[in-house]
Ligand binder design. Structure first.
Ligand code: AMP
Ligand code: MG
Length: 315
């Protein structure tokens, strides 16, 4: 299949409306979209990514009002989150409408829904006839794509179209909060932190260690993720000290140890998040063997970075 790269929102939306798979930019990472009401198109997302079928997709809407197409049970807590954070980098888990295909939700009775704030994403979603189901636009297990070239490297020949936009400004996937149960639970850390969510819904809680060990509430959490070909070693306070080795790279907030061939020192955790996945991909292109990643402080978006780094370091 020939993969078309376009900057035209209208062209990209036309492909979605014809049942094709289209990658598009958002503020978190690039999404791999298809019409959420078209089962064949949804199956093509799973096969293009090599995504396990029990890992559900997030549905993207162009406006908070469009949530009604996928869920009619919006509890008060979800209304509060929608009021403060939609559009933005927050996914809510809600009870799904019967019409939402079980392929999208991997058979769950709940659905993940997000309204991106990125202007290209919103314009594109507006021109699509139905809400768009979209996981991150990468081969399953690889780092998420934060620019259109990363999407193209992973998926050219497997999808119909890439809607080209700027690099994703946040660089990490959305925060996921489960509002289908009371109190709401944070399932995945992201740019909107637990502290921030609690300012508006104080009873919001994190998963307990026990819950993390049980069958994950968010099925995607059990799969390997975010992994470059290079090995990841975690550094910083509480972690072992590593020395630079031949073909090793460093990303973090402080200066690296001696002897590192490729270095990215970020000025703050936001810049760290923005650069992380594109740095992983650059390291792979340059045949780096080991990436030393400094753990940022465990607060704000630092918690989301730590989560992705720990998962990327899992063998
Ligand atoms: P991705 O878009 O690639 O970041 O993957 C979507 C993430 O959302 C995965 O980790 C899924 O497990 C999670 N997700 C999507 N729908 C649901 C749902 N109904 N319940 C819990 N987690 C979900
Ligand atoms: Mg993903």
């Amino acid at each position: 299949m020939q993969t078309i790269v376009t900057e035209s929102v209208a062209v990209a939306a036309t492909w979605i409306n014809r049942g094709e798979v289209v990658a598009f930019p958002t503020e978190t990472v690039y999404g791999l979209g298809a019409d959420s009401t078209n089962d064949k198109a949804i199956e093509n997302i799973f096969s293009a990514k090599g995504r396990p079928p029990d890992n559900p997709l997030i549905i993207h809407v162009h406006s908070p009002e469009q949530i009604w197409e996928v869920s009619e049970k919006i509890p008060h807590t979800a209304e509060t989150f929608i009021h403060h954070f939609f559009p933005g980098p927050l996914t809510l888990i809600l009870k799904k409408n019967p019409a939402v295909s079980p392929l999208v939700t991997a058979g769950l009775l709940t659905v993940g829904v997000r309204c991106p704030i990125h202007p290209v994403a919103r314009a594109f979603l507006k021109q699509c006839n139905h809400p768009v189901a979209a996981p991150s636009a990468n081969i399953s297990g690889r780092p998420s794509s934060t620019d259109w070239k990363a999407v193209y490297d992973d998926l050219q020949g497997k999808i119909r179209c890439v809607l080209k936009g700027p690099q994703s400004t946040i660089g990490l996937e959305s925060t996921i909060v489960d509002c289908s149960e009371t109190p709401p639970r944070l399932l995945r850390a992201g740019a909107i932190s637990l502290e921030t969510l609690r300012k508006h819904v104080p009873e919001t809680r994190a998963l307990t260690d026990n819950e993390k060990q049980q069958r994950p509430k968010s099925p995607g959490l059990k799969y390997p993720h975010y992994s470059p070909s290079a090995r990841i070693k975690l550094c910083g306070s509480g972690y072992p000290d590593y020395k630079g080795e031949k073909n090793s790279a460093w990303i973090g907030l402080s200066s690296p140890p001696e002897g590192i061939s490729k270095i990215s020192v970020c000025k703050d955790p936001e810049e760290y998040a923005y650069k992380l996945f594109s740095f992983f991909r650059e390291c792979d292109r340059e045949n780096i063997e080991v990436i030393l990643c400094e753990m940022p402080p465990a607060e704000g978006i630092g918690l989301a970075i730590r989560d992705r780094l720990k998962r990327a370091a899992e063998e």
